[in-house]
Design a protein around this ligand. Sequence first.
Ligand code: AMP
Length: 354
Amino acid sequence: MAVNSKTLGILGGGQLGRMSAMAAERLGITTHIYCPEAGCPASLVAPHFTCAKYEDEQALKEFANAVDVISYEFENIPLKTIEFLQTLKPVYPDSKLLEVSQNRLKEKEFLNSIDIPTAPWAPCRKSDDIKVTLESWKTGQCIIKTARFGYDGKGQVFHRDSDNISDSWSSLNTEEAVIEGIIDFDFEVSIIIARDLQGQMAVYPPVKNEHKNHILDKTFYPAPLPENLQAEAAEMARKIADAVNLVGVLTLELFVTKDGALIANEIAPRTHNSGHWTIDACKVSQFENHVRCVTGLSVGDPAPHSAAEMHNLIGDDIERLETYEKMENAYIHLYGKTEARKGRKMGHVTILKE
Ligand code: AMP
């Protein structure tokens, strides 16, 4: 019998790439990491590593020649790189989805075009756009986010009634942004979906996320969501996955409003920090499912076997390791980063519950 012995190329060398490479290894799939940073977390566990810039066509060609299929572990890979690689080898998820998730304006347009609700929004290219939008919304406050390259609360400003509009606009130092109405949410959830080449899907249950300093701090499964909202979140995820012909894993972040509605915030065309708990608490983790789907295997069973809590170890949180080590039900994951800088994700801990 022939056995799947593919080589998977992964662009990006962070912890998401690392945990994907570890999942691939268990399936007998070889990984090849491509990242401009020597010693990056994924390169430390993958058998093959190319250290080169995302713009280096020769290195990209050699990388494509050495692998069967290509994926990426973060969405800020230049679109051109993905488009170039697509001419050489299959790349999943494809450049269309990447393009949508790299630009908040395109992302909102896309979500609304398939009837997925978002916060009220308007494009912003000059400070006057903020004034006009706020007047038409009859409010004095909003969030303004750069259209591209925002993450962990970076590239956004909360504009209050008392703030000067041009100051808020110039603080973003950008040419294109989105103005968003403020959602008075109760809490935030995310939902992860995997879809294979045959179009079969596996949806993980939604989880509740808590942030600290705009960075994910803790994830809780199960989320305190009524069954109808759980089903609605899963339906939204399926709708998006089908609409973009997803191959691989996609994450949808949602606000749960105080009156029990779900509002989409953003999509990530990749595995997600809020899915790390699936390694220890589910039959098939988000990482294994991503690898399965992009390498042509069928999507695996996402069913959780335990309730779980995930705690990120950010910067100095690493000093709390000893406490976690003493906990019988705590599963520690460290990413091989040797320097604990402020805001840097050093590892995470999954605490299994009954
Ligand atoms: P984002 O970069 O879009 O994920 O936003 C970072 C965080 O800012 C979110 O996790 C929310 O806590 C908050 N936030 C973003 N957009 C809104 C919004 N429209 N209304 C209220 N809070 C928001």
